[in-house]
Design a protein around this ligand. Structure first.
Ligand SMILES: [Zn+2]
Length: 233
């Protein structure tokens, strides 16, 4: 089953423009739980744990503060943000399970906001190393902090440009799934309005024709990016 069908993210009513990533600054197994972080934060006088999500070393995503409330996580930069914390201190001790869980929730957030949201490290607004791990690489962020092509499985073999069919609004099937992976939107094999919007953003960014569906020129550019990513060219 595709885990991305079951995203935990529900868009709050307040405005959100940025997501900030944190680490717990501990590698101790006994600290690997939102309850421990909550206790630390309550001891510091917070009314509730400061983060919206906590990701354990085993990849379990634990909800924290309600998404309807602004976080207490990036002093002076909390408004209009979501805060996610991964358990860990040393760069090499974060786990692939954590990164998978982070990509999954990030993808859910990116989708819910139609890509109009950016991802940042705490270190970008504070003289701290937090979140320590290379979040730009994990989320394939561009220089604006927009989620990149992490939806594509590295090394996955896609058909060639000649083998991929022309697609338009309403198309269905495996080629639409490829398209959705390449555009980094939810994969359901149905080319609907969400996929169309993502395609439009891609076309505008890449200088490709908009509103004609997916033609060989589009596949060439989309598949070329996979080849670049995998070092095949
Ligand atoms: Zn932090």
């Amino acid at each position: 089953m595709d885990i991305r069908q079951e995203r935990p993210f529900q868009k709050p009513r307040r405005t959100v423009q940025r997501v900030f990533l944190h680490c717990s600054a501990s590698d101790r197994p006994e600290d690997d739980a939102i309850e421990v972080i909550r206790r630390w934060h309550l001891e510091r006088g917070f009314s509730e744990v400061g983060y919206h999500y906590f990701i354990r070393k085993n990849g379990l995503l634990e909800p924290g503060r309600s998404l309807e409330r602004i976080p207490a996580a990036q002093k002076g930069h909390n408004r209009n943000t979501i805060a996610i914390c991964l358990h860990g201190l040393h760069k090499e001790r974060f786990t692939e399970e954590q990164f998978d869980a982070l990509r999954d929730v990030a993808l859910g957030i990116h989708d819910a906001y139609d890509g109009e949201i950016s991802f940042h490290g705490h270190c970008e607004v504070s003289p701290k190393a937090c979140p320590v791990f290379d979040y730009r690489e994990v989320l394939a962020l561009d220089r604006f902090g927009t989620l990149g092509l992490s939806g594509v499985q590295s090394g996955k073999q896609y058909p060639s440009v000649e083998e991929e069919p022309r697609l338009s609004l309403g198309s269905r099937g495996p080629a639409v799934e490829h398209l959705q992976e390449l555009l980094f939107v939810r994969v359901d094999g149905i080319y609907g309005p969400r996929t169309e919007r993502a395609l439009k953003r891609f076309c505008l960014a890449e200088g490709l024709p908009v509103g004609v569906g997916v033609e060989p020129a589009h596949w060439r550019r989309l598949l070329g990016r996979v080849a670049l990513r995998d070092g095949a060219v």
